[in-house]
Design a protein around this ligand. Structure first.
Ligand SMILES: [Zn+2]
Length: 492
């Protein structure tokens, strides 16, 4: 498999450190608010990467952190702690805030059918590990103390040879870029504009998420948390580190500086970064009122898997423009795939005839091309195009009644294979029992929407049931009954 490495700025053949296994870390959300759909796109892309590696036979150890302390208003260590600010605004404890939004995030990724990470560590539960890394850096004289308002232990970036390699800029250039782009208010006493805090001193009013240490009472910086937790669980040198492109100039640059200074060896082999998303060709921002969460989409009658499929339209390293029209179009397309799979399943279960070698070859070729595209730096749009052309060819045969049961089974096996990377729950639609449970699931979802007085969503689900499955509903005093249109008979 080829994967684009930000560090070398080219596609490279992936080779793991340990045969057969991959250690992969992704910067998770700072759990002070809902993840928006642009954030979630990043995690969907990472999920495809993980699934593609697993499809190639690797055992993947996947760690995603949940940042619950130390992420300041600006990524460049200025301003207040995001969670502290939110906790004051909502008049809740920091723990309550982080627990609430962590649960929301985990719920979102579950709905998006993102494989659950092996671990989701929180920095507040790893203070000892973080402090031991700080001590190592201090012992090697990378740190210095800064007093005052933004006081703390700072990392001297000029001491680290090759600082900023991930950005492609040299040290001097980076200083200017950081001054003009990111860092307006710098604490006094700082040596270089790119220097950052690994430990911030707490002001005496802080009661929660502060710890005593030999450096004074305080809390860790955001960057050191990821270095400490990734190395703890994946080793000092591991395979893949992912994140959004916004992490390149500061957060990941600083992770490299800390980790490599502490261990004296290479930190990560492949740096994989996901591009941003826009909404209606504009940056997502509060002032444009165009920040949407998954829940917002669902309230408007859209589905999580429909959104997942929508993000597949553009390569993960390209800007994706979100519009509700395009989302709707993607959802219709996905429904079309599900409807197609149901027809194939019917032939597989009830059809006859013997396998057609010509069709078999068509399926094999499509499979090969699909996975060739995936292995080319996860080119999902190209892979999907191959899949759709297989659907077109197969649909012609289906319509002409020329598909044998054996061919249909082969086709289903191919789609199950595609889905191991796509994660769109094709299997649900490719067997009679799967279809029945999908119907039951949708009915339950509609009931939930009705109870929550989300009638528009309830109606959408009813329409979907009719169009995708040919299922009509009857609301009776005893509850909902469903039957296949044309057979007005409730299931046993
Ligand atoms: Zn991180």
């Amino acid at each position: 498999m080829q994967i684009y490495n930000t560090l070398t700025r080219k596609k490279e053949k992936f080779a793991p450190l340990q045969k057969g296994s991959v250690h992969m870390y992704a910067c998770g959300p700072t759990v002070y608010f809902y993840a928006h759909i642009g954030n979630l796109r990043t995690y969907i892309s990472q999920d495809v990467l993980r699934r593609a590696l697993e499809h190639e036979g690797y055992k993947v150890k996947h760690v995603v952190n949940l940042t619950d302390v130390g992420h300041l208003a600006s990524d460049a260590d200025t301003g207040d702690d995001k969670i502290r600010t939110e906790s004051e605004k909502e008049r809740k404890s920091m723990r309550e805030i982080t627990d609430f939004y962590s649960k929301k995030f985990i719920g979102d990724i579950r709905e998006l059918n993102i494989l659950s990470p092996d671990m989701m560590p929180k920095p507040s539960e790893h203070i000892a590990d973080i402090l031991s890394l700080i001590k190592k850096l201090d012992g090697k004289r990378y740190l210095y103390k800064v007093g005052g308002d933004a006081g703390g232990m700072y990392y001297d970036t000029s001491r680290f040879k090759g600082y900023g390699a991930l950005t492609g800029m040299n040290f001097e250039k980076l200083q200017t870029a950081i001054i003009s782009g990111y860092r307006v208010e710098r604490p006094e006493g700082i040596r270089n504009p790119t220097d950052f805090a690994v430990w911030r001193f707490a002001d005496p009013s802080m009661k929660e998420f502060v710890w005593d240490s030999e450096y004074g009472r305080g809390f860790p910086g955001w960057h050191i948390e990821c270095s400490a937790m990734s190395m703890k669980y994946l080793g000092e040198h591991f395979d893949i580190h992912c994140g959004g492109v916004d992490h390149i100039p500061i957060h990941h640059t600083n992770e490299i500086a800390q980790s490599e200074a502490a261990t004296g060896e290479k930190f990560v082999n492949y740096w994989v970064h996901m591009e941003f998303m826009q909404v209606d060709r504009r940056k997502m921002s509060k002032s444009f009122r165009n920040i949407y969460t998954l829940e917002d989409l669902e309230k408007k009658g859209h589905s999580a898997l429909g959104y997942r499929y929508f993000t597949f339209g553009v390569h993960y390293r390209k800007l994706l423009n979100f519009t509700f029209e395009k989302l709707k179009k993607s959802e219709d397309e996905l429904s079309g795939i599900y409807a197609f799979l149901q027809k194939v399943a019917e032939v597989a279960e009830q059809g006859s005839g013997s396998a057609d070698p010509e069709f078999g070859k068509l399926v094999d070729d499509a499979k090969q091309e699909f996975f060739k595209a995936i292995a080319d730096d996860l080119n999902v749009p190209v892979a999907l195009a191959k899949m759709h052309s297989l659907i077109n060819d197969s649909s012609t045969r289906l319509a002409a009644g020329k598909m044998a049961a054996e061919d249909a089974k082969k086709l289903i096996a191919a789609f199950t294979d595609f889905d191991s990377v796509l994660g769109l729950e094709f299997a649900k639609y490719a067997s009679r029992s799967g279809i029945d449970s999908a119907i039951e699931g949708l009915i339950a979802e509609r009931e939930k929407a009705r109870k929550g007085r989300e009638f528009k969503r309830a109606d959408e689900i009813r329409t979907r049931l009719l169009h995708e499955f040919g299922i009509a509903l009857e609301d009776t005093p005893k509850g909902v009954r469903w039957y296949r249109v044309g057979s007005k008979k409730a299931p046993a």
